[in-house]
Structure formats: structure tokens, C-alpha cells
Design a protein around this ligand. Sequence first.
Ligand code: ADP
Ligand code: MG
Length: 235
Amino acid sequence: MITIKGLSKSYGNLRVLENVSTEINKGEVISIIGPSGCGKSTFLRCINLLERPTGGEITIDGQNILSRNADVSKLRQKMGMVFQSFNLFSHLMIIENIMLAPVSLLKVPRKQAYEEGMKYLEMVGLGAKAIAFPDELSGGQKQRAAIARTLAMQPEIVLFDEPTSALDPTMVSEVQAVIRKLAADGLTMMIVTHEMKFARDVSSRVFYMDEKGIYEDGSPAQSLIYPKNRGPGLL
Ligand code: ADP
Ligand code: MG
């Protein structure tokens, strides 16, 4: 589904990613772990073109997304992103937050966008909060609403960048439960996380990243318990 070849990214003189190659297959759930500042966010941001890579190739469904004539907005629609901070529009109700992109970008009729949006809100357990405003929700509820908003664009893959890091400990598990459900439904996902048990349980593959690239790429057991290269060995 996604092929990454020789990906590099520098910020000025700082070389964050160097010659990273991997592929992501449909239905995989890949957790990305590694020390703070090693380039995990940069890696996700390169994949959905929030950052322009300095070198290499990224192919999605056979299309080179770095070529000049790539349709960037169409490619972005295939990829949802969920951030640490939920980025909901505070002046819009939850259901309006969810309807916004389908109506404005995909030209989905409002009634249909409403009905589909409600379906995603039910899926994340927030059917009763549709007409609440973001500041009336807890952090965990906001993040679940942000996930519903991402799903409403029907992405082929969802990239999560530390989706539970900004949450109180009591709210981490409700967000993880939603992600586990999506994994069980077969959604392709990449998840940057510091939660090792969650990574172990939810993933089909775990990347251990450290300076400049991926040092382990294997099953949760291999990456977390018996790394070949360097790795956390945390479980
Ligand atoms: P991680 O997500 O693993 O914590 P990041 O991808 O955010 O790491 O950052 C990797 C490195 O790149 C860090 O040293 C960070 O300071 C640097 N960096 C990230 N974004 C930028 C930017 N926009 N400009 C300059 N340096 C950046
Ligand atoms: Mg980060």
C-alpha cells in the first residue's frame, strides 16, 4: 500500500531521517516507539506530506507522492492523521466538526454527512455528545471525537501521533479501546506511542526508531523483547 525508499529529511543541518526504507501493507497496524526527538513525528509527517522529504521516494497505491504532478489533496484524503492535541474547532458542535471536511472537501450532502457522522460518533461511544461543544467534553472524549472526524473522511490509513500523550491517565484506556476496535475491524494504522503494553497488544508490527531511522522492524515480540539491533527490551 505504501512503499518508502531511501527517505531522508533534514531541517537545515540537522539530519533527522537518513535513508529509511520500508513498506506498509493493507491491514497492518504498526506501532512506532523510540526516544523523544528521534524523528517519529517527522516520519509520519513526511508520509502525509505535512513535511517535504529532503530525499527518497514514497509510493502510495503505486503513485509517487513526491512527484511534481502528484495530486496532494487527493493523497491526503487517503491518509487520516490524529494528533496529540485534538485540534477540534471550538466554535463548532462535535457533529459539525465531523461534517466539516466531508461537506466542504468531498461535497457530501449535509444530511448524508450528518448521518454518516453520527455513525462514527456512535462507533467511538459519543452518540450522546453530537450537539455538545468541544469545551464541554473531557480530553478522552475530545480525542475520540477527533478520531471520528478522521474516520468520516474514509481514509485508507490513519496515522496517530501520540494520541494519548496529552490525556489524564484515567482517559488513556478509553481512547486506546477505540483504536483497538479499529484494529479489529482491519483498518490500516501507524501509531506513534510510548505505551508499550498497548503497542504490544494492538500491533501486527512494531518499529523501534532511534537517531536517523528504524532499528527494529518486526513482530511485537521481536521488536520489544528480543531486538536484533538496538531496541528498548522493555517488556
Ligand atoms: P519525535 O517525534 O520522535 O519526538 P520529531 O520528529 O518531532 O521527534 O523531531 C526530530 C528532530 O527534529 C528533533 O531534534 C526536533 O527538534 C527536530 N525538528 C522537528 N521539527 C522541526 C522543525 N520544523 N524545524 C526544525 N527542527 C525540527
Ligand atoms: Mg513526536
